[in-house]
Design a protein around this ligand. Sequence first.
Ligand SMILES: [Zn+2]
Length: 210
Amino acid sequence: MSLREQLCAYGRRAVELGLVIGTSGNLSVRDGERVVVTPSGVALDRLTPEQCPVVDLDGYLLEGDLLPSSETPMHLAIYRATGAQAVVHTHSVFSTVVATTMTELPPVHYNALLLGGVVKVAEYATYGTDELAANVRAALEGKRAALMANHGGVTVGATLEEAFEATRLLEWLCEVYVRGLSVGTPTVLTEEQLAAVVERAVNPPEFPRR
Ligand SMILES: [Zn+2]
């Protein structure tokens, strides 16, 4: 599957899973010094491969008739600062709920480690601006995910699939936390408990054969 086809496939999936409504999300994937990105103003479940623009890392349009997503500066800032190969940004409900009410998502489930532990909420700035891009880049440092104050969530990966799955996990973690708050006070895992999870993952149990 070409990178453009991948963008369309994951765009459709994002809409099917309810992570994105219409145009309220954008995806990109890096191809060396070029970045293929979803266009502005096209619903992600109606996207066709030839509609996806290609830009360079400085934001110059290389290919495509449509304008790149308005959040392209954020995607490019992430590529310039990290080794990420793909970026997914959505306004999914529970991620946005946490991003509008908190300054970070505490690790209440050990799977948070897959995103780097605590997920930080990047300070608010107007969408599409370099200021927002810088805030997100700072919140993402050493992590696979960040939330964006009063806006949504963003995840990165070595592939589009990885970034997409990180977005699903981020949304799930936010949902668990928000639903947990409606039942009681979610217990936050301690540093020690999280370290023990890492230790367990590094040294899994053996199953000797008889
Ligand atoms: Zn957005």
